[in-house]
Design a protein around this ligand. Structure first.
Ligand code: NAG
Length: 392
């Protein structure tokens, strides 16, 4: 030490200084160790926040009106603020328009029963759907890509059903998402590397993507790590909570299905669309589903299809499906893709990739095709209902 104390008084002061420095070192060391210890245990910080948040009366009268008219604070005496009680605990997963019992009363063709069917006025519940018991604040990104607190979506069915495909693992009080999917048990990252060999994913050419039939949305989760924002959807199906898992992971997702209603996305919104074993019958209904994908893809956008029927020659046995059926399915897809003037960029293993044309010039000759019915200007956003072809 530079300072040489030579009076008893000075000596005491320097001891006090050393003590303070030492104390601060210890404090920050322990603080650091404590913060790190949250790994894999469910975040103690998150738990703490949730414990405090459990008392919802902290701000009992949140009002989400815009107040543009400037009437803050003078809500009329007559307009009493309505308050709703929590629903009974059995409604913890209640999604009013996706109720399984109601769904089963609708036809199964074209997935009508998996579309939105909302309760009639007299069936509506006027209560707040409660969070699952023990719900904690989800982990922040990027940890949330790989971990979800068990209490937030306590469903283990997928850990068993999709065990060898590495969708999701149960580890005490958290679920871990190794990034696997049916078509990519080795993890979404490796799978995306394969796609990136064909599609320029990382240089800004692809910024938005759509994942149809997303499972737990690992594809979107891993693309987010590469600065591509993905919208994912999947129906509410027998695997209880796939979309819920996606949301808990911090990946944009909605319950949705390609049935009889067009997709709720604007035209040309996506740079890439993706289906990996998504069970959408792409060749069916005169190519309606593919025409809809064409609508939401921007010119030059990519469509990725992996899994059946691609590579049916080698896989029909494993998939337990007749060769002829798979061959016909792929042929139909190729036919529609041709009609849409998509360019087949790649087919290797079970992955096939098409690219939407960049401009109209790149697809002369299509006008002569008697099958091609082109959309009138006003129906260009309704290819789904008109079964027409967009010019772009
Ligand atoms: C990205 O890469 C593709 C393919 O190599 C290329 O055609 C494109 O011009 C690149 N875009 C940018 C913004 O560098």
């Amino acid at each position: 030490m530079a300072l040489k104390p030579n009076s008893p008084d000075g000596r005491t002061r320097s001891w006090v200084q050393i003590f303070i420095v030492f104390g601060l070192c210890c404090f920050f060391y322990i603080l650091g160790a404590w913060q790190r210890s949250g790994f894999g245990k469910g975040d103690s910080i998150a738990l703490e926040i949730t414990k405090h948040g459990a008392d919802c009366n902290i701000i009992p009268s949140l009002n989400f009106e815009t107040h543009h008219a400037g009437e803050v604070g003078n809500v009329g005496e007559s307009e009493k603020i309505k308050s709703f009680q929590p629903c009974p605990p059995r409604y913890v997963d209640y999604t009013p328009c996706q109720d399984q019992k109601r769904a089963m009363t609708f036809p199964r063709d074209n997935m009508i029963y998996r579309e939105r069917h909302c309760p009639r006025e007299e069936e509506k519940l006027h209560c707040l759907v409660p969070a699952p018991t023990g719900y904690v604040t989800p982990f922040p990104w990027p940890k949330s890509r790989d971990y979800v607190p068990y209490a937030n979506a306590p469903y283990k069915a997928l850990t068993v059903e999709k065990a060898i495909q590495n969708w999701i693992q149960y580890e005490g009080n958290v679920f871990r998402f190794p990034g696997g999917g049916t078509q990519f048990p080795q993890g979404a990252d490796k799978y995306i590397d394969q796609l990136a060999a064909v599609i320029p994913i990382t240089n800004g050419t692809v910024r938005t993507a759509l994942d149809t039939g997303c499972g737990v949305a690992s594809w979107g989760a891993y693309l987010w790590s590469r600065n591509v924002l993905t919208m994912s959807f999947a129906p509410r199906d027998s695997h209880e909570a796939q979309v819920q898992f996606a949301l808990e992971r911090g990946v944009p997702a909605v319950i949705g299905v390609l049935g009889t209603i067009k997709m709720p996305y604007p035209s040309r919104a996506f740079d890439m669309a993706h289906c990996s074993r998504c069970l959408i019958p792409w060749g069916a209904n005169d190519g309606m589903y593919l025409k809809e994908v064409d609508r939401v893809l921007r010119p030059g956008g990519y469509w990725v299809l992996s899994g059946p029927p691609i590579n049916w020659r080698n896989n029909y046995k494993a998939w337990q499906r007749p060769k002829e059926e798979l061959e016909e399915e792929q042929q139909k897809i190729e036919d529609v893709a041709k009609l849409l003037c998509w360019e087949k960029k790649h087919e290797k293993g079970e992955i096939a990739i098409w690219q939407k044309r960049v401009n109209d010039e790149s697809c002369r000759g299509r006008e002569d095709d008697s099958q091609a019915k082109f959309c009138k200007a006003e129906e260009a956003n309704d290819v789904w209902y008109e079964l027409c072809l967009r010019l772009l």
